[in-house]
Write a protein that binds this ligand. Structure first.
Ligand code: MSP
Length: 633
């Protein structure tokens, strides 16, 4: 039996148009779904819309529409958006569907029958934006930090679920399953929340006030609270409790959410499942925010334009937008995005590194091998490419398994750059002119084509259309990840098509290209003399140990070997690097910087990193191995 994979997006409120935040979570989910399909998993991918509750009811009233018709319209907008972005969901659930309502009733009945429901009067602070009561601790200056509004004081009779009763159990469960909520920062947040009483959960609204919802099975004067209704979609779409899909996919359910809806997913949902006697989902994957134009607080002026994914998809193609969203964000963290960065990514990775290589190899194949993939005669000089190409799928699988998606894509792109270097070093255009160069020419061109085959399959989850185009342009069909572990699966003799459109036309990105901030900055930057530069002492250092700094999310304390000396450096790289991955790495140290105290630790220097200002940072190190302590000039 094949392995199963089930991934869900949040179901989106049917009260407003889809925007980039929704697109982001959905593109990540689509990436994972496509990735697992190619990796041989029996995959199910669910998205949908959340259509009940006070917020939707108010929005429909304001639009002067019947709530169901209002939801029909917005739900369709989400489906249209997912089509534009090439989202491959297997199902799209709406909470106003009968198949969903039936499961909600069933689960509520189970809670009621289990004695976990009681009726009480309640008074609290309610945020309609969040559709939940907020605790005093969650408020910032008296306001909901996500919706920047003061919550309303509410007093009403509600049915309650005995959530507090399950707090201790949930706390232990999360401790015993360290991968249940990831990245770990969010797990710790939930554990902290569970360190204090969480109270019981109001699970109903009086119908007199909120008529738009599912009536409780035991009291028709109340409707189910929208969060309890909505969370159940993940099980109802599978045909809970007897459906074959439920049996196959529920044990491996992975939810993808934004950090704003952590509490309902990490606290309400598992406790409800536990009380109803249903096993828990497997993983809760929590993403950060994209900083976008719909929230001024999250916008950064210095970054220029923010992007609307649908407008961008029209301009640059859906694949470029998907690739950009996946490559320029660190899953789990907030990221700033902008059109300018998309253009830079498009030009550098897609048009130059990938697109140019494809068109160069096609041109030489057409000209010198009759448009046919030649049979290779591998030599020593080809072994590095072969080893790197066949190792790639394992590396990418491991990174994606840890949700390090941008690193997985960067690993593939590094191999594309290696192929470009191989192409330039072997200079097939010169081989074509040499009297005895034919065989070598054929081998080099074959290896580039084979490398591009592997690359295209690994990029397919991010860019389904363009990745297939790479293969079509080389006369190749579809492959699974299992076909990437051995070199040589592009069959020699394959005829490549005579004509092909340019993979990533520069014009698309070129037209909109403004002067990049870096160039502008470069023009304004003060120039220094060689003597001034010589004052800076740069040295290669080896990381011996890396530790988190208590109370500082961004800082790591590094112990560095610099020749015979040991130095301590505090560096703000924690959002990008885990302490465990650093020991053994060589970095570049500014060795004569005046020591400074950070969080009580004396930092003796600074290490260099490249930072694109868009949330992507990589350490700078020597290109080949060299002794720690060596001077960098
Ligand atoms: N209906 C609830 C979810 C119920 S799931 C059982 C809901 N809907 S929502 O439409 O308001 O937002 C859904 C999700 O969209 C957020 O949790 C988040 O995943 C995503 N995003 C919305 N804005 C976002 C950003 N600006 N950035 C990244 N994602 C954010 O909450």
């Amino acid at each position: 039996m094949s392995k199963a994979f089930y991934v869900t997006t949040p179901i989106y409120y049917a009260n407003a148009e889809p925007h980039m935040g929704h697109a982001y979570t959905t593109v990540v989910a689509d990436f994972l779904a496509r990735f697992h399909r190619l990796d041989g998993f029996d995959t199910y991918f669910l998205s949908g819309t959340d259509e009940h509750g006070e917020k939707i009811f108010q929005a429909a009233n304001q639009a002067g529409m019947d709530p169901q018709q209002f939801c029909d319209r917005i739900s369709q907008r989400f489906r249209d958006a997912w089509q534009v972005l090439d989202i491959s969901h297997d199902d799209f659930i709406r909470t106003t569907e009968e198949r969903h309502k039936a499961v909600v009733l069933r689960l509520l009945e189970a809670l009621y029958a289990g004695g976990d429901i009681y009726y009480d009067e309640y008074e609290g602070l309610y945020c309609v934006g969040c559709e939940r009561f907020l605790t005093d601790k969650e408020l910032v200056d008296g306001q909901c930090p996500d919706h920047l509004r003061a919550p309303e004081s509410r007093r009403e009779g509600n049915y309650f679920f005995r959530m507090e009763k399950y707090r201790g159990w949930l706390r232990s469960y999360i401790r015993d399953h360290p991968d249940f909520i990831r990245p770990a920062g969010y797990k710790n947040e939930v554990l902290a929340l569970l360190g204090e009483p969480i109270g019981d959960l109001s699970i109903s609204r009086p119908k007199g006030r909120v008529p738009w919802g599912i009536e409780l099975p035991w009291d028709a004067e109340h409707v189910a609270y929208v969060w309890v209704d909505a969370l159940i979609n993940y099980a109802s779409a599978l045909g809970f409790p007897d459906g074959a899909r439920y049996r196959t996919y529920w044990p491996v359910a992975q939810h993808l959410i934004g950090k704003d809806i952590l509490k309902p997913h990490a606290v309400f949902w598992p406790t409800v499942l536990k009380a109803a006697g249903v096993p828990l989902y497997q993983h809760l994957n929590v993403g950060g925010f994209l900083k976008g134009h719909d929230d001024e607080q999250k916008m950064s002026k210095s970054l220029g334009n923010v992007i609307d994914p649908f407008e961008m998809a029209k301009k640059y193609g859906s694949d470029a937008v998907r690739y950009y969203l996946l490559k320029d964000t660190v899953y789990g963290q907030d990221s700033s995005i902008g059109e300018q960065f998309l253009i830079e990514r498009y030009n550098a990775d897609l048009a130059n590194d990938l697109g140019n290589l494809l068109s160069r190899v096609r041109a030489l194949l057409t000209r010198h091998t009759d448009g046919v993939l030649p049979a290779p005669a591998q030599q020593e000089a080809d072994q590095a490419i072969i080893a790197a190409g066949t190792a790639l799928v394992g590396q990418v699988r491991s990174l994606v398994g840890r949700l390090r998606i941008f690193e997985a894509l960067e690993t593939v792109l590094q191999f594309v750059r290696q192929l470009n270097r191989y192409f330039n070093d072997e200079a097939p255009w010169k081989l074509a002119k040499a009297a005895d160069g034919r065989e070598r020419l054929g081998t080099v061109l074959y290896n580039i084509a084979e490398g591009l085959r592997i690359v295209s399959v690994l990029l397919e989850p991010a860019m389904p259309t363009k990745a297939r185009q790479v293969r079509t342009d080389l006369g190749l069909g579809d492959y699974a990840f299992a076909d990437l572990e051995a070199w040589g699966q592009a069959a020699p003799g394959t005829k490549i098509p005579a004509k092909a459109a340019i993979l990533f036309p520069k014009s698309a990105a070129g037209k909109a290209k403004r002067q990049s901030p870096s160039k502008k900055e470069a023009a304004q930057v003060e120039q220094i003399s060689l003597e001034e530069f010589a004052k800076v002492q740069l040295r290669v250092a080896e990381v011996k140990a890396a530790d988190k700094v208590a109370g500082a999310d961004k800082l790591l304390k590094l112990t560095l070997a610099v020749g015979d000396e040991t130095r301590t450096v505090v560096s703000g790289i924690a959002p990008w690097y885990q302490p465990a991955e650093l020991p053994g790495r060589k970095v570049v140290l500014v060795a004569n910087l005046k020591p400074a105290k950070l969080r009580g630790i004396v930092s003796e220097g600074m290490i260099l990193a490249a930072d694109d200002g868009a949330g992507h940072l990589v350490l700078v190190g020597p290109e080949q191995d060299i002794a720690a302590g060596t001077e960098v000039r």
